[in-house]
Design a protein around this ligand. Structure first.
Ligand code: GLU
Length: 512
C-alpha cells in the first residue's frame, strides 16, 4: 500500500523535444496540486540525455508554459534547489557508476553487438527484442569470458550496457490509480541503460535521479506504464527498493472520438490546439498553434485540464486553483482515458472570460488588437465596450468580431433580416425616433431605460409591435443580428452616432 507519510516530493520530467502537449501540462498540474495539498515540493527535471532528440529552445519553452499556467516549480533548472543540477545532461557523471555496479552484481552486462549484427537479427526475427530468448547467442559479456570482455573494453570497442531482465517471473507493483499491476518479465526486453556515447538512457537516468532527488510519488502518463517493469527492477537491483516512489500512471487524453491518444496531428486535422502555447519548430520553422495564442485564459486552461481524468465526485466543473489544491486526490483520478472535447474546452474559457474582471483581461485584448493592426485607444471607451461584450466572447480574440461596430459604422447590413418585413410605417417610425432622440438633452438622459421607454412609447403610438422594430434598430447600429442589448449599444456609441447610423441605414433599408 502507498506510504502517504513520506515527505511529498514530486517531479515533472519532460524531455525537451518540442511543444508541450496538453497531456504534459495536465501531468504538471496533478504534480503541482498534489505537492501543494501535502505541503511538498514540485520539481522540474529536464531529461535531455537523448542528444538525437534534443531540440533547441524546447526547455525554455517548457518553462514559459509552466509560468503562463502559474504552475512554477519549487526546484528546477532555472531556480535551482538542493539537488541541483536539474538537467540530466549536467548529471552525466552520476550514472555510469550505477550501470557498472549493476554489472558487478550480475544484473546488467556489456553488449558489443554492432549495428550490422543487430540489423541482421532484426531481419531474421521480426519484432526482434534483445532479451532472454536471444541474449545467450549475442556478442555480450554474458557469453564472453572475463578476459575476452576486458580485452574488448581495453581496445575501446563500442558497447552499451543492458539490464538483464529475469526469465519466467511475474513482476507486481502497486500503482495508486491502477492498484496491483503485473508484468510477465518474458515480455520485457533487456533495455539499454548506458549508451555507446556514455550517456545514460532514460530508464537508468530516471531511476537514479528519482532516488537522489528523493522523489516520493512519480506521476506520469500511462504511456510510460510499459517501462515501469524495467524501472522497478532497477530500483530493486540498485538496492533502493525501500525508497522507491509511489507510482501514479495518469490516464491518457484521448481523441474526441475516444479512438486512441490525442496527438498534435489530431489538433491540426480537427482545428484545435493541442499545445499549451505556440511552438515554433526551429528545424522546419513551422509554428504549431497553442491555447495561449488562441485567446485562452490560463486559469481556464488549468481548470479544463484538471477535469480531464479527475472530478471531485460532484457536478462542479468550475474550480479555482485553490479549490483544486484543496479537493484534488489521486483516488478520484480515473483509470479510463479522458476524451478531449474542444466544445467543452471552449465552454470553460467562455465561463472564465465572463467572470473575469475587465481589468484582468483588457491588456491582453488590447495587445491582440494591436497585433491585428486595429488602431484604438486603450481608454475608458474601450473598457466600457469590453465589459459590454465579454459575455459573448469565447476567446479573447473574439473581441473584434463582437465589438468592431462600436468603433466603426457598419458598412454592410444584414438586409435579409430586415427588408422582407419592411413597411413605410417603419420608415416613419424611425424618422420620428430620430426626432425624439435628438430632443433628448443632457447625457444623463441618454441612458438605457430612457431610450427604451421612448422607443416603446413611439412604437405604441404608431401601433407597431416594438419587437418588430427592435431587430431593424439593431441592424442599423450593428450591421447584423448580434451584440449586447441594443439600447446599451446606443448609450455607448452616444447620441450623435446613433442618429447618424439610423439615418444612414434608412437609406439602405428603403433602397430598391
Ligand atoms: N522523460 C520522460 C518524458 O519525456 C518522463 C517520463 C517519466 O516521468 O518518468 O515524458
Amino acid at each position: 500500500m502507498p506510504d502517504i507519510t513520506k515527505k511529498v516530493r514530486v517531479r515533472f520530467a519532460p524531455s525537451p523535444t518540442g511543444g508541450l502537449h496538453l497531456g504534459g501540462v495536465r501531468t504538471v498540474l496533478f504534480n503541482y496540486l498534489f505537492a501543494r495539498k501535502h505541503g511538498g515540493k514540485f520539481i522540474l527535471r529536464i531529461e535531455d540525455t537523448d542528444q538525437n532528440r534534443y531540440v533547441e529552445g524546447a526547455e525554455h519553452y517548457i518553462l514559459d508554459c509552466l509560468a503562463w499556467c502559474g504552475l512554477n516549480p519549487d526546484e528546477g533548472p532555472k531556480n535551482g534547489g538542493p539537488f541541483a543540477p536539474y538537467r540530466q545532461s549536467e548529471r552525466k557523471a552520476n550514472y555510469r557508476i550505477y550501470a557498472e555496479q549493476l554489472i558487478r552484481d550480475g544484473y546488467a552486462y556489456y553488449a558489443f553487438d554492432t549495428t550490422e549484427e543487430l540489423d541482421e537479427q532484426r531481419q531474421i526475427t521480426p519484432n526482434f527484442r534483445y532479451g532472454h530468448e536471444n541474449r545467450s547467442f549475442m556478442r555480450n559479456s554474458l557469453n564472453l569470458t572475463e578476459e575476452e570482455t576486458k580485452a574488448l573494453l581495453d581496445q575501446g570497442i563500442q558497447y552499451v550496457i543492458r539490464i538483464k531482465v529475469p526469465t519466467d517471473e511475474t513482476l507486481h507493483f502497486f500503482d495508486m490509480i491502477r492498484g496491483d499491476v503485473s508484468f510477465d518479465t518474458n515480455l520485457v526486453d533487456d533495455k539499454v541503460l548506458l549508451k555507446a556515447d556514455g550517456m545514460p538512457t532514460y530508464h537508468l537516468a530516471v531511476v537514479v535521479d528519482d532516488y537522489f532527488m528523493k522523489i516520493s510519488h512519480a506521476f506520469r502518463g500511462e504511456e510510460w506504464l510499459p517501462s515501469a517493469p524495467v524501472h522497478i527492477l532497477l530500483w530493486e537491483y540498485l538496492g533502493w527498493k525501500a525508497d522507491m516512489p509511489e507510482w501514479v500512471h495518469l490516464p491518457l487524453i484521448l481523441k474526441p472520438d475516444g479512438n486512441g491518444k490525442l496527438s498534435k496531428r489530431d489538433g491540426d486535422r480537427l482545428g484545435f490546439p493541442v499545445y499549451a502555447m505556440n511552438w515554433k519548430d526551429p528545424k522546419t520553422g513551422e509554428t504549431t498553434r497553442g491555447f495561449r495564442e488562441m485567446g485562452y485564459l490560463p486559469e481556464a486552461f488549468v481548470n479544463m485540464l484538471a477535469l480531464l481524468g479527475w472530478n471531485d465526485g460532484t457536478e462542479q466543473e468550475i474550480f479555482s486553483i485553490n479549490e483544486l489544491i484543496e479537493k484534488f486526490s489521486i483516488e478520484r483520478v480515473s483509470k479510463a482515458g479522458a476524451k478531449f472535447d474542444f466544445e467543452k474546452a471552449k465552454w470553460f474559457n467562455h465561463e472564465y472570460i465572463k467572470k473575469s474582471e475587465v481589468a484582468a483581461i483588457k491588456d491582453q485584448v488590447f495587445t491582440i488588437l494591436k497585433e491585428k493592426g486595429v488602431q484604438i485607444a486603450n481608454d475608458e471607451y474601450f473598457i466600457k465596450v469590453l465589459s459590454a461584450v465579454k459575455e459573448r466572447m469565447i476567446f479573447l480574440q473574439d473581441f473584434w468580431e463582437q465589438a468592431s461596430f462600436f468603433f466603426e459604422q457598419p458598412v454592410d447590413y444584414d438586409l435579409n433580416a430586415v427588408k422582407p418585413k419592411w413597411a413605410d410605417t417603419k420608415t416613419e417610425f424611425f424618422f420620428e425616433l430620430i426626432k425624439t432622440y435628438e430632443a433628448i438633452s443632457g447625457s444623463e438622459n441618454w441612458e438605457t431605460i430612457n431610450l427604451a421607454k421612448l422607443f416603446k412609447a413611439l412604437a405604441e403610438q404608431k401601433d407597431i409591435k416594438p419587437g418588430e422594430l427592435m431587430l431593424p434598430f439593431r441592424v442599423m447600429l450593428v450591421g447584423g443580428k448580434f451584440g449586447p442589448g441594443v439600447f446599451d449599444i446606443a448609450v455607448l456609441i452616444e447620441k450623435e452616432e446613433t442618429i447618424s447610423r439610423i439615418q444612414k441605414a434608412l437609406i439602405a433599408f428603403t433602397e430598391d
